[in-house]
Every structure is written in structure tokens, then in C-alpha cells.
Ligand binder design. Sequence first.
Ligand code: NDP
Ligand code: 8X3
Length: 256
Amino acid sequence: THRLQGKNVLVTGASSGIGKSTALLYAQCGANVLLAARRLDRLQDIVAQARQLNPHGAHQAISLDMTSNEDISTILQRSTFPHIDILINNAGLVKGIEAVGDIADDDVALMYSTNVTGLIKLTQILVNHFKQRNNGHVVTIGSIAGIEPYPNGSIYCSTKHAARAFTNSLMKELISTPIRVSEIQPGLVETEFSEVRFRGDTDKASNVYKDLDPLTPHDVAEDIIWVTSRPPHVQTASSLIFPTNQASAALVARPG
Ligand code: NDP
Ligand code: 8X3
């Protein structure tokens, strides 16, 4: 992880879950972290924690709504960072478990604009920035849902398939450059993800992780740190990471 010392890392969705753990672990590894999300108050608390872990680092909280073209297109100008070395495309969400036919247009629009079109817009900006510097690393947080679609998750699963295809095309486009592209594909991780899916119903959300040891956001953060701290000639194209009792989206054991 010495290779992360002094690197500038933009983490989207850094106010909770995987993004928060990732931002803090980067800080601990000596990186400067630009933490982006909608809930700025939360980000400011996390910046304070990052400062404790790496007092010499230049950490910044920046408000970013992935559904806002304006927020995305101004992000580099609004940041105090001179440049970015690593982009972690982590912001994302699922809303509802409705079957096709019953899904509200607003939920479709929110998931697509956050998980797909916002991600594409931000990545284009950072890829141009990386091309100018002839250096950089794009990491997209995909999902097992981007490999194996499941019932009652058609919109979320299709957004993660889109993010996967976009990220993979990008890796192929950048084949002759030093810029790296990676996708991390987690299975069940206990975060606020299921609370958002069940629209705030915490009982339903905690049931998702009942009787198994899910991944923690820190587990996923460790994988992200690993992938981005390899030598420059090493590119992890994808990393599928499950809890030990999970083997596919549908195959989950609950040993109790
Ligand atoms: P959390 O709900 O804990 O965190 C989601 C983060 O995304 C929050 O920081 C939230 O910040 C941010 N976010 C959501 N919508 C927007 C938006 N419109 N603009 C900016 N930021 C936004 O969930 P996770 O940590 O689990 O999710 C992180 C990523 O991991 C997602 O892409 C998710 O799809 C993926 N993933 C999660 C898995 C899991 O089992 N938990 C498994 C596989 C992948 P704020 O609300 O402050 O804007
Ligand atoms: C989240 C994975 O299968 O829990 O991306 O919906 S799943």
C-alpha cells in the first residue's frame, strides 16, 4: 500500500457503507481523499475521521448528486485537488422490489440516473483528465447483480449490467495507455443498501443478512485498496467477492 502514499482519490458515495470505509482506508494508507455524496454533513464527519488517520493528507468533502449534470460537470473545478489519480465509482442505489409492470417511473429514473448515466458522465470527465496526465485508475463498484440478474431486481440488475459493460468497453479502449480500469463485484455487504431498497424498513433490511456472516464495507474496501495498490503493469479487470456462505446471487446458505 506504500504506492498509495500521496495519491489523490475521488470516492463517490463516500457518506455511507462501502464508500465511507474505502475513503477511510485510503486515508489510512496515506492518500488524499475527495469524498463526494449528497449528505455533506455526514461527509464532513468522515473527513474529520480521515484527518485523524492521516493528518498530513488534504481531505475534502464535496457535495455531489449523481443525478445532477451541474454537480458532476463542475466537480473538478469545485475541488481544491490539483489532480485526481484514482476514481472510485461507488455511488449507487436500489429502490424497491416491485415486479416488472409495477415499477414506478421515478424509481427507474433514479436508479438509472445514479447508477448509469451519472456514472458515465463523471467517468468521461475523469477519463479525459487521466488522458491528459497519461495516468489514472477507474474503479467501478459493480455487483453480482451485474452478472446474474434476479427476480424483483430488474432495474437495479440492469443498471449494474450497464455499468459493467461500460467499464469493460473502457478498459478495452484504454488498452494502449497506462490508465487502468477495474470492476469490483461484491455479493452481500451489510450497509445502508437494503434500508434504501426497502424504503427505510429496517426489519426487512436486517433480514437480508440474517443467519449469515455478510461482507462488511471494510472487506470490500480492502479489495479496492489491493486492486489500486498493485504495480502499474498490473490491472485487475474484475474482482468478484462473496461472503463465504454465498456462491451466486441466488445461492446463499444461512448456517445460523
Ligand atoms: P449505502 O446505501 O450504504 O451507500 C450508498 C452511497 O451512495 C451513499 O454514500 C449515498 O450517499 C450514495 N448515493 C446514493 N445516491 C446518490 C446520488 N444520487 N448522488 C450521490 N451519491 C449517492 O450502500 P453501499 O455502500 O452498499 O453501496 C455502495 C455501492 O455498492 C453501490 O453502487 C451498490 O450498488 C454497490 N453494491 C452494494 C452491495 C451490497 O450488498 N451492499 C453489493 C454489491 C454492490 P448520499 O445518500 O449521501 O448521497
Ligand atoms: C447488491 C447485490 O444481490 O444483494 O448489489 O442485490 S444484491
